[in-house]
Ligand binder design. Sequence first.
Ligand code: ADP
Length: 358
Amino acid sequence: MTQPTREDVLQALSSFRDPETGRDVVRVNQVLDLQVRDGHVDVTLGLTTLFAPLWPELKKEAERLLAARLPVETEVNVMIQEYHRPAEKLGAIGLTAKAVIAVGSGKGGVGKSTVATALALGLARSGSQVGLMDADVYGPSVPHLLGTSERPTLHEGKIQPIGADGLRVMSMGFIVPKDEAVIWRGPMLHGAVQQFLKDTAWGELDYLIVDMPPGTGDIALSLSQLLPVSGAIVVCTPQELALLDAVKAVAMFRKVNIEVLGMVENMSRFVCPNCGSQHEIFGTGGVKRKADELGVPFLGEIPLNVSLRIQGDIGRLADCFSDPVTAPALEEVCRNLVRNLAAKRRSEPPLPSLSVLG
Ligand code: ADP
């Protein structure tokens, strides 16, 4: 039986690119361990937590690649371990994050905050470091969805974000008393967003998810001026009337030069918890059609689900990941989002790197 050598394995692996940097994992020493014996190849790849939701499929991709290039009898096993590559400070604001994603909608009530919070939770559950900034200053609902009403404290001049279900969270809802109306003028909004970004001790993040206020462009404009935003997600329900507003939301993000990374259809079909039958209350498939028309990726559908509404109402949104209807739908949206981000990074020219192995 032909035995592969270490060099054969490294040669085969050299076409596997780290999704974060687009660099060859062999050259930049992200092959943490390699054992070759008796026709068995065990590889440990080091990948950063930025694309943690994709680790299972990246493992398979590396195994497929090795199997295709090594003698057929070889048994290949790839393991993935965390590899730390520090995030860089973004723009003049100095936020240390690898991706900033704005979640918006054309109008209120379509489930934007629920989806933004659930996405943040989904990414964090996979192992990514996630901050959630509730910039929906007109109706901050993130504290309620996560069941937290703590007041942030100041430490060495920085606001300490509230820790909730593995997320670092900041919201105007923590600062303004619940029933108080706040009238925001443009410059005040800009100031608040800036303060949330600059004066919060976010620490090092893979993702900062920003729950945007519906409709208006003010905060999107501020955000795009303050730091490089990786992109936006537009949440929409499938009926025609809601789609009209979603089209405006896509146009608004494009106007302030924020790329739309995808659209999500929320409240699409109702799955009866008793009999499992499906009902298309608001129609279904409308958002995918609209996304295709607009040239925007479609990230997936989240069913209308009474338990999701209840979990949000009682401040236990994190429990939606144990729901058999909601969890797979949300996980699929998370994976599609990060797959698109990874594809985008891989298609950009790789960052310059020092060759370690020569
Ligand atoms: P928005 O941020 O767009 O105003 P919210 O996230 O506050 O919307 O959601 C509005 C209401 O709809 C909340 O009561 C929430 O629990 C509920 N909701 C959101 N998505 C779903 C869903 N897929 N199934 C059932 N209820 C949902």
